[in-house]
Structure formats: structure tokens, C-alpha cells
Design a protein around this ligand. Structure first.
Ligand SMILES: C[S@@+](CC[C@H](N)C(=O)[O-])C[C@H]1O[C@@H](n2cnc3c(N)ncnc32)[C@H](O)[C@@H]1O
Length: 243
């Protein structure tokens, strides 16, 4: 885990909130318990999943170490219980929540310590639900537009425990495919929020984003369209700590 990258998002919190996608309903349905349950969200960022949890009427505690990200959630939901802290020091009692959820963030946490904290706060039969929006790329230009290498892609059939980087407990996983339709400028905005692009030196970052926009504009022109689809799998894992 790269700590500088893990904590880099707050410096562009507004853009992150403008351009990052949310998570599809089917994935959220699979990850969280029914209305009224007590849930903690960790690494909540600017609230892309938080908004979905609030809509479901869950009793929520939101944990996020970066005050700039958390501030955006608090602006939208001033009465929400928020905690500016890390996954490794949850401000929650033992056996106090029905589920802990994490969106596009578990990979940034020190996993063994975070899992111990999650296990401490979960009630019996409770679970950790993690989701990642993973791009499903079919064309070379898409890989280039996202500055990703097919060779570095994680295998789709990874064991769910391995995906979490854990060796204890039980885990299960499901993928929920969805498609986002974006203009070249919107692709640019999204790519500007991924840390491997955003943390390039400024001139390289702008050149990469210019190239993204150019590639997507060319694909749109070839298809006679003003937008190009970006397919994702919302990859979900539920983990039950060993008793
Ligand atoms: C890619 S963002 C995901 C934010 C949000 N969950 C979403 O779905 O858009 C990763 C988030 O994890 C947070 N984070 C990084 N390290 C953390 C840690 N050790 N404990 C809790 N959160 C952490 C970052 O501050 C950032 O907000």
C-alpha cells in the first residue's frame, strides 16, 4: 500500500465528487443489510456510496481520514454522524454494527489491522461489504484513454479472500455490470480523478488528459456519436470474520 497515494484524493476533493461514479443499486442491495440496520462506512471519500446508504434508511456512521473529503459529505448531509479517522481506529463500540461497508478504498488500508477493527465492531453474523468499480475495457483505445496496462490487470477469477488480502474468515463475491455513457470531456474528468494519472507531474498529467479526450473524441466520431460507453463491473465481496 502506497500511503501517499492512499491519502492523495483530498487535494482534488471537489473534482473527485464531480467526476467519480456512484455504485449500481443491485450491488448496494447485495452489500448492505435491510433498512434500519446499523452500518459503518469506512473510507467514504466524498460520499459516492454514502448517498446510496442514506437513501436506504440505514443507521449510519461514516469514517474518512481526510477532512476535505468528509466536508463534502457533511455539506450534503449536515446531520450525519461523521468521524475524521482511519480504518485502523474505528470510533465505534465492540459488536455495535450489523455491517461495515467500503467502496473503492479497501486496497488502500493496512488490511490485517483494518480487518481486526472491522471484526471487533461487527455484531455476530455481521459482515464487511467491499465494492470496487472495475473498468471492463474492450478496445485498445480504452486502455490508452485510462492509462492502464492489460498486463497489470488483476485476474477476474481471483479468490475473494485474496482480493481482500486476508487469510482468515469466509468470503463470497459477485460482480454487477453497468455502463456509463460519457462525452470526451466527461471521460477526461473521470480520468483526472484516478491517482495513477493525477499524481503525474502537472505537465504530464495534462498531456495524458489531452490524449484521453482526443482518443475518446476519435472513437465517438468513428461511431457517429457524441458519447462513448465506459463499462464497469461493480465487484463486490462480503467477508465474515472467523468466530
Ligand atoms: C478512491 S477513494 C474512495 C472514496 C469513496 N469511498 C468512493 O467510493 O468514491 C479512497 C478513500 O479512502 C480513504 N483512505 C485512505 N486510507 C485510509 C485509511 N487507512 N482508513 C480509512 N480511509 C482511508 C481516502 O482518504 C479516500 O477518501
Amino acid at each position: 500500500m502506497d500511503t501517499a497515494r492512499a491519502t492523495s484524493f483530498g487535494a482534488w476533493a471537489d473534482e473527485y465528487d464531480d467526476w467519480r461514479p456512484t455504485y449500481p443499486d443491485a450491488a448496494v442491495d447485495w452489500l448492505v443489510p435491510p433498512d434500519g440496520a446499523q452500518v459503518a462506512e469506512i473510507g467514504a471519500g466524498t460520499g459516492k456510496l454514502t448517498d446510496r446508504l442514506i437513501e436506504r434508511g440505514l443507521e449510519l456512521d461514516v469514517v474518512e481520514p481526510d477532512g476535505r473529503m468528509l466536508g463534502i459529505i457533511s455539506q450534503r448531509h449536515p446531520r450525519l454522524r461523521t468521524h475524521e479517522t482511519r480504518a485502523t481506529s474505528l470510533p465505534l463500540g465492540d459488536a455495535s454494527v450489523d455491517a461495515v461497508v467500503v467502496a473503492d478504498a479497501w486496497h488502500w488500508f493496512p488490511k490485517k489491522e483494518a480487518a481486526a477493527e472491522v471484526a471487533r465492531v461487527l455484531r455476530p453474523n455481521g459482515w464487511l461489504g467491499c465494492v470496487w468499480n472495475v473498468p471492463v475495457l474492450q478496445h485498445d483505445w480504452e486502455w490508452q484513454a485510462l492509462r492502464l496496462e492489460p498486463a497489470l490487470e488483476l485476474p477476474g477469477d481471483l479468490d475473494p479472500l485474496d482480493r481482500l488480502g486476508l487469510s482468515t474468515g469466509l468470503a463470497e463475491q459477485r460482480a454487477f455490470r453497468w455502463t456509463w455513457t460519457l462525452t470526451p470531456q466527461q471521460w477526461r474528468g473521470f480520468v483526472s480523478t484516478v491517482s495513477h494519472v493525477r499524481l503525474l507531474p502537472e505537465d504530464e498529467c495534462q498531456a495524458a488528459l489531452d490524449e484521453t479526450e482526443r482518443l475518446v473524441a476519435r472513437a465517438c466520431a468513428a461511431a457517429g456519436a457524441t458519447t462513448a460507453p465506459l463499462t464497469h463491473d461493480a465487484l463486490c465481496v462480503r467477508w465474515y470474520p472467523a468466530t
